[in-house]
Design a protein around this ligand. Structure first.
Ligand code: ATP
Ligand code: MG
Length: 390
């Protein structure tokens, strides 16, 4: 059996004149992602990308798993490719789909003939293949209204394909059609989800992580790297910058009022992140903040945090409940890792009673007790670079 994958291009097809660029990006991304698995022929035609393995020993389960994580693909099917010959189509359909048809109670056949040279029309193909399946699997009935399995026969220019129902793709837009942004990543549940959500909109990620040794450990940093490796299965290669944040935090603790520790720390995170982002051609920052989740994420606190940065700050989780965020983190498989109990710099020197409605004027006055520029410069200059691969 020659198994291939047919990937349906999503929103990409709506992009008018840009469509070609989006399609090219998507193909490039598919090639890059599948490269470690072997050689493939990857071709686009009629809003479908056909992925054909060229080596015999390629594991199609691995291929399908990777294809399911590429943004820009709305749906994909594993299909059997056969010659455009009705007898071969009949026998391939029962052989290839046997594992599914043996289990199912009802089915129907749909045919799409885009190669008009094929001698049978679509309804005829469906009828011929349908009765062959019904004869071969006595346990299964035809149900044209609500079938458990829809068998599709596609007669295209490139060949004939047989497949069962399509699987849901990752959706979104191909990376880097959305530009590059800096994701402020902690080891928590939220920021990996925020990273995934922006990558889904075609954003290429540069990760920025703040570490405060000895208050935070190597294992905490390792955990962040593991989370990014999982996100990279969707987002592709990620550049990670780890910022030494201890001095800034100690300075805040020593010189600023306790109820404003967190908000001032968050403002400093934004200032450092903006500098790193600018050095690496990011046009925006991303955080995992969700309105009202903690004291530093009230509208007033977010306004104070936002004011510290001069670039757009995207907060894709802003309107989501924790439950909804957890559901995504389970889906993308970051949840278990996020639960590991390592410390984050945000939990170092946390005030007993953080101010939930900080006023910008008050925060600025408190901040003026420290000469920040040099400290920020030093943190940026001593940032450590690592590359993260899926
Ligand atoms: P998360 O689950 O993402 O850690 P959280 O609910 O714990 O979020 P906070 O700790 O207040 O919330 O952090 C809010 C946001 O600030 C995070 O989503 C992340 O974008 C950023 N952030 C927090 N800690 C760090 C860190 N050590 N390095 C980089 N960014 C951080
Ligand atoms: Mg956190």
């Amino acid at each position: 059996m020659n198994e291939i994958i047919l990937a349906k291009i999503g929103e990409v097809v709506l992009k008018g004149l840009n469509r070609k660029n989006f399609e090219d990006l998507l193909i490039k991304n598919i090639k890059r992602r599948l490269h470690p698995l072997g050689a493939f022929e990857i071709k686009a035609s009629q809003s479908t990308i056909r992925i054909k393995p060229l080596d015999d020993n390629i594991d199609m389960d691995d291929v399908a798993d990777k294809v399911g994580k590429i943004f820009g693909i709305v749906a994909y099917c594993r299909a059997c490719a056969v010659e455009k010959d009705i007898e071969k189509i009949k026998s391939a359909s029962i052989e290839y789909l046997a594992p599914i048809l043996e289990e199912a109670k009802s089915f129907k056949v749909e045919s799409k003939r885009s190669d008009k040279k094929f001698p049978y029309g679509s309804p005829e193909i469906s009828k011929i293949v349908g009765s062959h399946i019904a004869d071969s699997f006595p346990n299964i009935e035809v149900d044209v209204h609500n079938p458990e399995v829809t068998v599709t026969v596609e007669i295209r220019d490139m060949g004939a394909y047989i497949h069962a129902d399509a699987l849901e793709g990752a959706g979104g837009l191909p990376i880097p059609s959305g530009g590059r942004a800096g994701i402020l990543i902690s080891g928590g549940i939220d920021s990996p989800v925020a990273a995934y959500m922006m990558a889904k909109r075609g954003v290429e990620l540069t990760a920025i992580h703040f570490a405060s040794p000895p208050y935070t450990s190597d294992r905490a940093e390792e955990k962040v790297r593991t989370l990014l490796e999982i996100v990279a299965q969707y987002a592709g290669r990620i550049e990670m910058y780890t910022v030494p944040f201890t001095k800034i935090q100690e300075e805040i603790k020593e010189k600023c009022p306790e109820d404003l520790f967190t908000i001032i720390m968050r403002r400093m995170m934004m200032k450092v992140s903006q500098k790193i982002a600018e050095q690496h051609e990011c046009m925006a920052l991303i955080t995992g903040e969700s309105l009202g989740q903690v004291a530093s994420q009230t509208m007033g606190a977010i306004a104070c945090t936002d004011e510290a940065a001069d670039m757009p700050v995207f907060r894709p989780l802003i309107g989501m409940d924790k439950k909804e965020i957890i559901r995504i983190s389970e889906k993308i498989n970051t949840f278990e890792t996020s639960l590991l109990p390592y410390e984050d710099c945000c939990t170092v020197f946390t005030p007993k009673h953080p101010r939930t409605k900080p006023k910008l004027e008050m925060v600025r006055r408190a901040e003026s007790a420290v000469e920040w520029d040099e400290l920020i410069e030093e943190a940026v200059n001593n940032t450590k670079f690592t590359e993260i691969y899926p």
